[in-house]
Design a protein around this ligand. Structure first.
Ligand code: TAP
Length: 481
């Protein structure tokens, strides 16, 4: 049965957009060398003009971070740093509605997700790391671990404020200062975060935000004044950055792409598994590094599960991301939509069978319907390459051993899901899946206390939890772990 819903649009009035945003350097918004426009992917309207940071701007930002590191932040007691992080966390909560609306406008994700997931988790990350700031001596890295210095951070567009929080909160808690570059298509919440740093009276230069495109990211990671690079994004760019940082003495962590297997055994409760599959691949339009983009289903229940999945997909509501009933929002950009279209066309050309939920697509903006491919073989591009869109590739298996072989048959290793009633099978699978995170009878669960990161081409280093602190501390000299 299909329910009709009355429109339930969230109001934009809570957001006051400036016409133009500068770079945030040394605690102030400053002009840069040139500008570009950021648009709403749902309507293609221009939201604001943003500054493109060039070489001199990046120099200024790194110099401001260095000064703040040496004079203020690295010598401040942890309990004082912690107070600033708590203050930032509370301000994120106070401005949560504004940030959620802005994230949805700039990114295209449903307001329900930015409101209930992105912004609360970003605040939780600051709360969690505020607690660590004066307890680093108990984290298992020696009695008084030192920070690394100035950190250059580059983040993607899929969870703009949340990825910022994953990067900035641990860096600051450990006593580092940062220069962060948000993605070209989603800079706005990072710029509001800069305002929040001002509101929190964070000492000037501790956080610097340089907006721009990939060339700004390149300048930042190659800058000789940077001690550590933290990157989240595609594997291709991650490899480039690894080459740029090689033999430079810079510390590096890379959080890259994924092609997760969501493995469903024949004893799993079908309706619950269907919800997990839908959450795994259609949450955030599938723009999720750890998305469950490969469904591995045990052959004996494949038909039943796929029928239930298609029935459920027909109830997903695609459209205005500002509507509180929307499940599937806009694709973040034209190039990303082109990439999804190219990869799905290859799926059909290689012989897989495509089924898309019958939903009308809006006339303006960038949209792609929730889609499932069956008859997929492990060699197909849609089984190997990250699509980063609302597209699920379905494969079948007969035995747990075959499931493991198929699940691990990928260059990536970020996450996986296992659905079964047998605890022993969950443990057997989890110890054999080459993935940084394995969810059991759930998917896409995040907590700041749980470390997250990849195997193989999904990168190295962990974010979150005690393990995530290691990436921002000079543990090589004095580690006692
Ligand atoms: P990328 O194209 O790799 O971009 C990521 C960031 O790097 C952006 O800020 C980008 O700037 C910048 N950049 C581009 N070229 C660069 C270069 N040569 N040097 C330095 N910086 C450069 O990825 P994306 O398309 O934004 O994001 C999607 C990818 O991120 C997916 O593969 C996804 O799996 C991955 N991801 C991984 C995780 C984790 S935790 N593993 C989390 C989220 C996303 P512009 O935006 O201006 O191009």
């Amino acid at each position: 049965m299909r329910f009709e819903y009355a429109p339930a649009p969230e109001s934009r009035s809570v957001v006051t957009l400036r016409d133009s945003y500068g770079l945030f350097i040394g605690g102030e918004f400053v002009a840069g060398s040139s500008v570009f426009k950021t648009i709403s992917p749902a309507t293609e309207e221009v939201l604001a003009e943003v500054t493109h940071a060039g070489p001199e701007d990046v120099d200024r930002a790194v110099a401001a971070a260095r000064q703040a590191y040496e004079r203020v932040w690295s010598v401040m007691p942890g309990r004082e740093r912690g107070k600033y992080l708590f203050r930032i966390a509370r301000l994120l909560q106070e401005r949560a509605r504004e940030l959620a609306v802005l994230e949805t406008m700039d990114n295209g994700k449903p307001i329900r997700e930015s409101r209930d997931v992105d912004i609360p988790l970003a605040a939780a990350h600051f709360f969690y790391h505020a607690g660590w700031a004066d307890k680093l001596g108990y984290a298992g890295f020696g009695p008084s671990p030192r920070p690394l210095g100035v950190v250059g951070q580059v983040i993607p567009w899929n969870f703009p404020l949340l990825m910022l929080a994953w990067k900035i909160a641990p860096a600051l808690a450990c006593g580092n200062t940062v220069v962060l570059k948000p993605a070209e298509t989603t800079p706005l919440t990072a710029l509001v975060f800069a305002e929040i740093c001002q509101q929190a009276d964070l000492p000037s230069g501790v956080v610097n935000i340089v907006t721009g495109d990939g060339s700004t990211g390149q300048l930042l990671v190659a800058h000789p004044g940077i001690d550590k690079v933290a990157f989240t994004g595609s594997t291709a760019v991650g490899k480039e950055i690894a080459r740029a940082c090689a033999v430079s003495g810079k510390r590096l962590t890379l959080e890259l792409g994924g092609k997760a297997a969501n493995v469903v055994f024949d004893d799993s409760p079908v309706d619950q598994a269907v919800e997990g599959i839908v959450n795994g691949i259609f949450f955030n339009q599938g723009h999720v590094c750890c998305a469950g983009s490969r469904l591995l289903v045990q052959e004996s229940i494949a038909d039943e599960l796929l029928s239930a999945l298609k029935r459920r997909m027909m109830t997903l509501r695609l459209g205005d991301p500002m509507d509180k009933n929307t499940d599937i929002g806009a694709i973040n950009s034209r190039p990303q939509l082109d990439k999804i279209q190219e990869l799905t066309a290859s799926g059909e050309a290689e012989g897989a069978e495509r089924w898309s939920a019958p939903c009308p697509l809006p006339d303006r903006g960038f949209w792609f319907p929730p889609t499932v491919f069956t008859g997929v073989s492990a060699a197909h591009r849609i089984a190997q390459e990250e699509i980063f869109g609302p597209v699920l590739s379905v494969l079948t298996f007969r035995t747990p051993a075959e499931a493991i072989e198929k699940a691990n048959n990928t260059p990536y290793g970020l996450s996986a899901g296992v659905w079964t009633e047998k605890g022993s099978l969950i443990l057997w699978m989890a110890s054999r899946l080459r993935a940084g995170v394995v969810w059991a009878n759930t998917f896409n669960r995040f907590d700041p206390a749980a470390p997250f990161g990849g195997y193989k081409e999904s990168g190295f280093g962990r974010e979150g939890g005690r393990h995530g602190l290691e990436a921002y501390l000079d543990v090589l000299g004095g580690s006692d772990v």
